[in-house]
Design a protein around this ligand. Structure first.
Ligand SMILES: [Zn+2]
Length: 424
């Protein structure tokens, strides 16, 4: 749909005599219903009036590795308290992610270190941050104008094939678990290493893997299928009694990476009454960007190695921030001149596609802030979230639909998961 009359502020449009509105000349191109929504919907007001939830940010590593606080200025990051407030973000699920190579043999230690650092942020800033454990906590914090922090574990290797650890993480406040990261673990295949012959795969979930799903159902912990292999995805749907989430995945029919969900999978999540949260990573939302960025991999590899070398020499784990710094510099110095940022419209296309294929009740925001280095055009932090609402209004989404997408759908799934736990 072409952007023509919506360049006018909506208040101006409202004040116009109807003969002038007819003269704008686009009315006949649009269904009247959509035209009326344009007139009645101020995207900024709609965004501010909505409860906005994001289900994936990799920020906790900054607390530990950089001694950075959530209330500090952004620095090189994409999410902090000020940007969340500016973007009317009410709640964030912070990813407790353990890099599997750097922390081999010490997964539990690193998991606990990241959980502790996140809980410490909440403890140190009681007037500004609050830990969320239930959907009601998110709603209450929003009413109290306090930012709600929730925690999800990214990568089932953190439980070291032990249901006891899963239960203890739940006690500490973990409310979802992404079953794998890019690494296959003892009980679930990842999409990230399926072509690696040195890895033992399981053809999806093992028998123990199925018991992990059932224990998560019993605990009321959301099952997250982002990163898993297609076979694991289908095994999860066969096993779970509760709706699932994909905390940070986009649509594969638009951008062809195994990290995204196929249309068949999108429809299956809808049947399960779950929700797919759109990832902002340019390689997952823009096929041109994905191809061009992948083509530079061989040039980037030695730079990652050089950045990691001082840590390795000191016998220290390499912080993830070192690779992000390489990517930022590489893009700025070597690519930016001829490779523009992924357009915002590419990101909006994924929201639109998932809303059309799975339905408006099954789509949401899973930014992956701080999990990669370069965002799409127009988005530099959580402060830019209102631009997504504005772009979707422009495509004809109604206030009721957008409230679902911005947070309502995730609240529904979270509540369903906890209701199922109460039954089990
Ligand atoms: Zn991830």
């Amino acid at each position: 749909m072409a952007r023509r009359h919506v360049g006018l502020p909506y208040k101006e449009l409202l004040q116009m005599p109807s003969s002038n509105i007819n003269n704008i000349g686009t009315r006949s191109l649009l269904p009247t219903r959509y035209f009326l929504y344009f007139l009645m919907t101020d995207p900024a007001e709609l965004h501010t009036a909505s409860l906005v939830i994001d289900t994936h940010a990799d920020t906790p590593q900054r607390f530990v590795d950089e001694g950075w606080n959530f209330t500090d200025p952004l620095g090189t990051g994409m999410l902090n308290l000020a940007s969340a407030q500016a973007g009317n973000l009410a709640a964030e699920f912070l990813a407790i992610w353990v890099e599997p190579e750097a922390w081999r043999g010490r997964f539990v230690y690193r998991t606990l270190q990241l959980i502790d650092a996140t809980l410490e942020q909440v403890r140190k800033h009681p007037g500004q941050l609050r830990l969320g454990l239930t959907p009601a906590d998110i709603v209450q914090a929003h009413k109290d104008k306090i930012f709600c922090i929730l925690m999800g574990i990214e990568g089932g290797h953190s439980i070291e094939a032990d249901l006891g650890l899963l239960r203890l993480y739940h006690q500490l406040g973990i409310r979802y678990m992404t079953l794998t990261w890019t690494n296959t673990n003892e009980w679930a295949d990842s999409s990230g290493d399926l072509d690696d012959p040195t890895i033992t795969h399981h053809d999806g979930l093992t028998v123990f893997g199925r018991s992990v799903i059932r224990e998560m159902n019993r605990l009321g912990m959301m099952v997250d299928v982002s990163h898993v292999s297609d076979k694991t995805f289908w095994d999860v749907l066969q096993t779970t009694h509760a709706p699932i989430i994909a905390s940070h995945s986009s649509a594969r029919s638009l951008t062809d990476t195994p990290r995204n969900l196929t249309d068949e999978q999108l429809r299956a999540v809808a049947t399960n009454n779950g929700v797919v949260m759109v990832n902002f990573y340019p390689s997952f939302i823009d096929e041109n960007w994905r191809t061009a960025w992948n083509a530079t991999k061989a040039d980037r590899e030695p730079l990652y190695k050089a950045a990691a070398a001082p840590y390795i020499d000191r016998g220290e784990p390499v912080p993830y921030g070192s690779a992000l710094a390489v990517d930022r510099k590489f893009y700025a110095e070597r690519l930016a001149a001829h490779m523009p940022l992924a357009p915002l419209s590419a990101l909006i296309d994924h929201f639109d596609h998932i809303a059309k294929v799975a339905g408006i009740d099954h789509v949401g925001i899973g930014s992956d802030f701080d999990g990669f280095a370069i965002l799409p055009a127009g988005i530099s932090s959580a402060a830019d979230l209102p631009k997504i609402t504005a772009a979707l209004v422009e495509r004809g989404y109604t206030p009721e639909q957008l409230k679902k997408l911005l947070g309502g759908n995730l609240l529904r799934v979270f509540a369903d998961v906890q209701a199922e736990a109460a039954k089990e």
